[in-house]
Design a protein. Structure first.
Length: 134
């Protein structure tokens, strides 16, 4: 799995076999049920700091060559540290590496809309708040 260093302390990558085993043992509620689902997820990015899990992003193909974020989660202990930004940026790179187009759908979430603005993601449809990552 290719690791992308997003800043001095956050690294984003796809999970290794060791990551999957470690995450499967974590408490489900604390990690928004990632541990019980991790063995079935194909498109998953993990944000880590010194091998400690900070958050994750799950995405899928909405149609051939177009990808959408299904879940973006940062553990409550690590919010406001740039974890979500690092995951979304890595998602865009991952999609572009697959010759795909990444989309960021805010689903009327104020936090998601604020993150899109902070990352300078261009709005393409306001009523649904759908953004194309460029």
């Amino acid at each position: 799995a290719e690791k992308i260093k997003m800043n001095d302390h956050i690294t984003v990558s796809t999970p290794s076999k060791e990551d999957i085993e470690q995450i499967a043992a974590l408490p489900n509620k604390e990690w928004a049920f990632l541990p019980q689902r991790i063995k079935f997820l194909k498109n998953l990015l993990l944000a880590k700091q010194n091998d400690k899990l900070l958050g994750y992003l799950v995405y899928d193909s909405v149609e051939k060559g177009h990808y959408d974020i299904l879940m973006l989660y940062t553990h409550s202990d690590f919010r406001c540290m740039g974890v979500a930004s690092a995951l979304v940026k890595s998602f865009a790179i991952e999609c572009l590496n697959k010759n795909g187009i990444p989309y960021y759908v805010c689903a009327n979430s104020e936090a998601s809309a604020n993150l899109a603005k902070a990352l300078d993601i261009k709005e393409i449809r306001k009523e649904l708040m759908i953004y194309k990552l460029t």
